[in-house]
Design a protein around this ligand. Structure first.
Ligand code: PRP
Ligand code: URA
Length: 208
């Protein structure tokens, strides 16, 4: 197992992934489940955010708590499907900025083509590239290269389903990048879809 992989081990995550896989799950439910699972992933992927001690007074006595340090957070979804993972991050971290990367897999070659890139300042921030599926790993690796070129020093990749081929490709190009996933599936099929997987995430989300 790749040491960079952080698998979400939570009963609620298992439950949600199972319903996402189910081909009878309709787009409205699929979107809700994606939101809920991405919330869990956002919490898991930010467990190493820095905190500082803060003295406060409770109604009963003085005490010392911990608060988040003001590290700028940036969420970078890969179009289209990654958009579904942005709002959960923003609901947890309302001050986060959002960058956008447009990548589309060619259905014949499975190679990702970059058609859009708009990023806020990344240097000194905590950068989370979000995309539900890491199949060949080409899209995720390309997005990580783009955010690093734009100044991200320690980006993380957050996805819903990863697989051995995709994880290996991301690790080959970005051995420094932690990958947070809710499921780690068996393999790719000949069309480079993840098995057992859940099909085309963007199509399942948007009914295309
Ligand atoms: C899907 C998915 C990833 C990519 C993963 O996007 O959301 O971005 O495929 O594949 P890879 O690891 O082999 O690069 P897709 O190209 O289908 O675009 P969409 O999000 O617009 O549906
Ligand atoms: N993209 C998807 O949406 N699903 C896969 O299985 C592979 C790539």
């Amino acid at each position: 197992m790749n040491p960079n992989l952080h698998l979400l081990q939570h009963p609620l995550a298992f439950h949600i992934v199972t319903h996402l896989r189910d081909k009878t799950t309709k787009p409205a439910t699929f979107r809700t489940l994606t939101y809920q699972l991405s919330l869990l992933l956002a919490i898991d992927a930010t467990r190493d955010l820095a905190t500082a001690e803060k003295p406060i007074d409770t109604p009963l006595e003085p005490t010392t708590g911990r608060v988040l340090l003001h590290e700028p957070l940036v969420v970078v979804p890969i179009f289209r499907a990654g958009l579904s993972m942005v709002q959960p991050f923003l609901d947890m971290f309302p001050d986060a900025n959002v960058g956008y990367i447009g990548l589309e897999r060619d259905h014949k070659t499975a190679e990702a083509r970059n058609y859009y890139c708009k990023l806020p300042p990344l240097a000194g921030g905590r950068v989370f590239v979000v995309d539900p599926m890491v199949a060949t790993g080409g899209s995720a690796a390309q997005a990580l290269t783009l955010v690093k070129q734009a100044g991200a020093s320690n980006p993380k990749l957050v996805c819903i389903v990863a697989c051995p081929e995709g994880l290996a490709e991301v690790a080959r190009q970005h051995p420094d990048v932690p990958v947070h996933a809710a499921a780690f599936d068996r393999e790719l099929n000949v069309r480079k879809y993840i098995l057992p997987g859940l099909g085309d995430f963007g199509d399942r989300l948007y009914g295309t």
